[in-house]
Design a protein around this ligand. Structure first.
Ligand code: PLP
Length: 436
């Protein structure tokens, strides 16, 4: 961390809790990054150091930072139309039509401003449709900062050899104990656990919500068989399947994870890649479910001052248009495959076993002998070595999350990356990590 960032952090301590605008930006007193600018796949920090970025703002950047095509559409909207009026516009319809063209499971859509809000809308709608309150989530998944979803399996305090289940704890302070009462927890790819959930709680469940490719646990993925079993059990018991595609939507494939699995949810949430970094989100799905939303008596309340604002929608319209009509995603996938091949060979050369989970545009790197099949397995990978490796990569100009639960995100602009340089950095970083 250079002197200017150090100065900024010292000043920020007096202005924001922990000196940052949101918790996840605090990387410690010597590591917190202040960004000056971002363009394509590059970030420049406030001390002038450049990094090729694989965090991409937690995943929304799918084309590149400051993509000229998306920015031009937003600027045109600002100059020639309105940005926010609290009324409907033709753009609302255009964006929904694009989402429907890419995702055949979607009949109807409502907009939101963040993934968290999209999840809240989907869960409320599922509860209204089923007349039930209970919700099941998958260990290791993440569904935003919404109290009921902010419970997690505590693997830090868990001894895998104990034969006990890991404890479930809140993400942090201020989460009401009662918000856990309606939650159930299942393990990805655990068929027996799924049977038990439905046997004991099936008739109380409004929905099961999950990321089929867990973008918050190293892209560990549901098997197609398990996901199909989950869908069928949901429907046998009158519950809905909600797939949270906030990270995977319009990224892992044009039609998201559901198009890779060939399986469709009742409700889906979207955000991130949908707007290439502009804050836009949505949820949608079956018409009979979505039609429970409305201002009629007994309808689900959904709304918000900034919902479907025209900055967000013009960005979504342009981004979806590019994803539909250009090979941008194929490009991101291709570079991702090349990077995985380089990581595999350089880490193997260094004697470090490595496995990959998830698709090339959002791949998880797991240092171990086998690909984790659920969150508890992730604990068996060498996360300490990964962390050292990630810090060594960061020091050498490759920006990563120093936690292997966050996948590597690719964007179209990564096609400009010098792969020889990347291979050399990887070799140096793993050698350094093994020495420390
Ligand atoms: C799968 C998933 N759902 C929901 C969210 C919450 O989205 P947001 O941060 O936009 O509120 C995230 C954020 O990373 C996510 O990965």
């Amino acid at each position: 961390m250079g002197p200017e960032q150090h100065r900024l952090l010292q000043a920020a301590y007096g202005l924001m809790p922990q000196g940052v605008a949101e918790n996840y930006r605090f990387w410690g007193p010597d590591r917190t990054v202040f960004v000056q600018s971002a363009k394509g796949c590059w970030l420049t920090d406030c001390d002038g150091k450049r990094y090729v970025d694989f965090r991409l703002g937690y995943g929304p950047i799918i084309l590149g930072y400051q993509d000229a095509r998306v920015d031009a559409a937003v600027i045109e909207q600002i100059q020639s139309g309105a940005t926010l009026t609290g009324f409907s516009t033709p753009l609302d319809l255009q964006v929904v039509e694009k989402i429907k063209a890419l995702c055949p499971q979607i009949d109807k859509v409502r907009f939101a401003n963040s993934g968290t809000e999209a999840v809240m809308g989907a869960i409320r709608t599922a509860r209204a449709f089923t007349g039930r309150d209970r919700v099941a989530i998958v260990e290791g998944g993440f569904h935003g900062l919404y109290d009921e979803m902010m419970w997690k399996t505590d693997l830090e305090q868990w001894d895998p050899s104990s034969g006990q289940r890991p404890p479930v704890i809140p993400f942090g302070a201020g989460i009401p104990e009662k918000s856990r009462d309606l939650m159930e927890f299942i393990r990805l790819n655990d068929a027996e656990g799924l049977q038990q959930l439905f046997e004991f709680k099936g008739e109380e469940l409004a929905c099961v919500i999950l990321e089929p490719i867990i973008g918050n646990a190293g892209s560990i993925s549901a098997t197609p068989e398990w996901l199909a079993m989950l869908k069928s059990l949901c429907h046998q018991h009158g519950a809905l399947l909600v797939l949270d595609e906030v990270k995977t939507g319009f990224r892992v494939a044009k039609g998201g994870a559901q198009s890779l699995y060939g399986l469709h949810a009742d409700l889906t949430t979207f955000a991130k890649a949908m707007g290439n970094g502009y804050p836009v989100a949505a949820f949608g799905g079956r018409a009979d479910v979505m039609d429970r939303i409305g201002s009629f008596k007994g309808g689900v309340v959904h709304g918000g001052t900034y919902s479907a604002n025209l900055i967000a929608l013009s960005a979504a319209n342009a981004t979806l248009d590019i994803l539909m009509n250009t090979p941008a995603l194929e490009v991101a996938h291709h570079v991702g495959s090349q990077l995985m091949a380089i990581l595999k060979s350089t880490l193997h050369e260094a004697g470090v076993p490595v496995q990959f989970a998830g698709p090339p545009s959002m791949f998880g790197v797991h240092l171990g002998e086998s690909v984790p099949t659920n969150y508890r397995d992730w604990r068996k990978t060498d996360n300490r070595l990964y962390e050292k490796f990630a810090w060594a990569m960061i020091d050498r100009g490759v920006m990563l999350e120093p936690d292997s639960r966050e996948p590597w995100f690719l964007c179209e602009a990564h096609q400009t990356l010098d792969l020889d340089w990347f291979a050399q950095v990887t070799r140096d970083a793993i050698a350094h990590a093994l020495k420390t």
